[in-house]
Design a protein around this ligand. Structure first.
Ligand SMILES: Nc1nc2c(ncn2[C@@H]2O[C@H](COP(=O)(O)OP(=O)(O)OP(=O)(O)O)[C@@H](O)[C@H]2O)c(=O)[nH]1
Ligand SMILES: [Mg+2]
Length: 252
C-alpha cells in the first residue's frame, strides 16, 4: 500500500467556502492546492502534500466534534493532538477549526482530520454545512452540565438531518474528572447511549481519561469499513466495552 503524506492541520475559517470539508470545498482545495478528494467514503490526498509535515498515511477520514458550547470539544482535541490540557479561561471556538493526526492501526497509517465545531447556537449554520462530509462524529456532553446532556437528543435529531446515514457516531460524557461538580451519572449516559444504539464512554480532556481510546476506536471502525476485509471482524461497541473493562472505568 502506498503511503501518502499528511497535510499539517491549520485553522479553518468560519466559512465553508475556504478550506471547506464539504464536497464543493474539497473539490476546490484539490484543484488549487495540496488537497484531498473523496472516493467511496474514504478521503485520499489528491497528490503528495508539499506542506512541512513529514507524516505519511494510507487512508484518511474526517471526524467532527459536536456538542453544546463549553462541553470541552476543543480541549479534547488538544489533549488528543498535543497531549496537553488547555487550562485557564474558556475561549469559545469561532466557526470551525481542524487538526490532523495520523494513527497506526494494525499496521495501517490512518489519518484523522478532526473538525472542531463551535457549540454556540449562532454558528450552527456553519456546522450544518460540514456534517455531510464527516465519516465520524464524536458527540459530547459535559457531566457537570445537565443542559448539555438534555440537549443530546436535539443534537441527534440534527445529526439525522444533516449527516451521512452511515456516519460512525459515539457519545462522550466529558469532564469525568470533575467529581464534585458532576450532575450527570455515568449510568444516565449509558442509558441514553443504549436507547439510541450508540457507543458511549466518559472522557476527560483534563486527565486524558479515554481520550486516546475514543479516537482510536473510531479510527479502527473507519479503517475496517474502508478495507472491507471479511476475515477481520470489528465491532465498535464491543471494542469500546472490552477496552473500558480491561482498564476498569478509567483508562487514560
Ligand atoms: N474539569 C474539566 N474541565 C474541562 C474539560 N474539558 C474542558 N474543560 C473546560 O471547559 C471549558 C470549555 O472547554 P472548551 O474545550 O473550550 O469547550 P468547547 O466545547 O470547545 O466550547 P465551544 O468552542 O464554545 O463550542 C474550558 O474552561 C475548559 O478548561 C475536562 O475534561 N475537565
Ligand atoms: Mg471549542
Amino acid at each position: 500500500m502506498s503511503r501518502k503524506k499528511a497535510a499539517k492541520g491549520k485553522a479553518a475559517t468560519s466559512s465553508p467556502s475556504a478550506g471547506s470539508p464539504t464536497g464543493k470545498g474539497i473539490g476546490k482545495a484539490a484543484r488549487s492546492s495540496p488537497g484531498i478528494v473523496q472516493m467511496n467514503g474514504v478521503v485520499h490526498p489528491s497528490r503528495p502534500s508539499v506542506s512541512n509535515s513529514s507524516e505519511f498515511y494510507d487512508i484518511a477520514f474526517k471526524v467532527m466534534l459536536v456538542g453544546d458550547s463549553g462541553v470541552g470539544k476543543t480541549c479534547l482535541l488538544v489533549r488528543f493532538k498535543d497531549g496537553a490540557f488547555l487550562a485557564g479561561s474558556f475561549i469559545s471556538t469561532v466557526g470551525i477549526d481542524f487538526r490532523n493526526k495520523v494513527l497506526s492501526i494494525d499496521g495501517v497509517k490512518v489519518k484523522l482530520q478532526i473538525w472542531d465545531t463551535a457549540g454556540q447556537e449562532r454558528f450552527r449554520s456553519v456546522t450544518h454545512a460540514y456534517y455531510r462530509d464527516a465519516h465520524a462524529l464524536l458527540l459530547l456532553y459535559d457531566v457537570t452540565n445537565k443542559t448539555s446532556f438534555d440537549n443530546i437528543q436535539a443534537w441527534l435529531t440534527e445529526i439525522h438531518e444533516y449527516a451521512q446515514q452511515d456516519v460512525v457516531l459515539m457519545l462522550l460524557g466529558n469532564k469525568a474528572d470533575a467529581t464534585h461538580e458532576r450532575v450527570v451519572k455515568r449510568e444516565d449516559g449509558e442509558r441514553l447511549a443504549k436507547e439510541f444504539g450508540v457507543p458511549f464512554m466518559e472522557t476527560s480532556a483534563r486527565s486524558g481519561l479515554n481520550v486516546e481510546l475514543a479516537f482510536t476506536a473510531v479510527a479502527k471502525e473507519l479503517k475496517h469499513r474502508s478495507m472491507k476485509d471479511p476475515s477481520e471482524k470489528f465491532k465498535l461497541q464491543e471494542y469500546v466495552s472490552k477496552e473500558m473493562k480491561s482498564t476498569g472505568c478509567c483508562r487514560s
